[in-house]
Design a protein around this ligand. Sequence first.
Ligand code: F6R
Length: 261
Amino acid sequence: MEVVPLAGAQQVATLAADVVEGVVRRRPDAVLGLATGSTPLPTYAELIRRHRDGTGPGYGRVRCFNLDEYVGLPAGHPESYRATIARELTDALGIPASRVHGPDPSPDRLATAGERYEAALQEAGGVDVQILGIGTDGHLAFNEPGSSLASLTRIKTLTEQTREDNARFFGSVEEVPQHVLTQGLGTILRARHLLLIATGEGKAEALAAAVEGPLSASCPASVLQLHPHVTVLADDGAAKLLARRDHYREVYDAKPAWQGL
Ligand code: F6R
């Protein structure tokens, strides 16, 4: 795992955008794994800015797979993750909705939604780079503490803490759905490169547990320790409790230029 402590959220966004663009340049039909929430928004804004400037890669052949989706929202709800990703990223990059996939929360098809999504991911050849955020309780996608480290896409129940954290996107905590469909931790581990971004002090405890704590279902993001290619980009606040923070920075500063992230 490579941890890169950075001064601020904009540096995180710049480097994260470099990683995503690098993947698309190397493989124009890349499969991008997308997260929602607040953390990736500066990265998405940076990708859009570069695309508009004409300095970004072509996204014409890219396919996208969202990490998760709320269950129980009316179709087209602005806070559904399908609508959020279109609004915050893919529409502006010119990626048509037909190339952006998410778990299907249709009430009458929920029982098979997980296996259908796994099949779609497999058919696409897997995810080249998966953008990830981390929950204050250590969740990854919507795999809450206690989730199987080998889990696949399925329906899950959000913790009260996550619903409170996400209430800012809705009118109140009561409006945050209780259920979600989420890629499992085992699904996430199949992506070829995992790019975790964490900003703000509120993530410091969860990030330290994920990166330096024991591998445990009690901290779902600790599953990253099992993957051969993980990049963690963290700003000062999020990196605050990392015991080896100075060493991570030394390693990054001493990296040969050809190595990349
Ligand atoms: C979103 C997701 C979640 C978020 C996490 C952090 O698709 O899967 O795991 O990444 O809840 O959310 P923010 O970035 O809003 O703090």
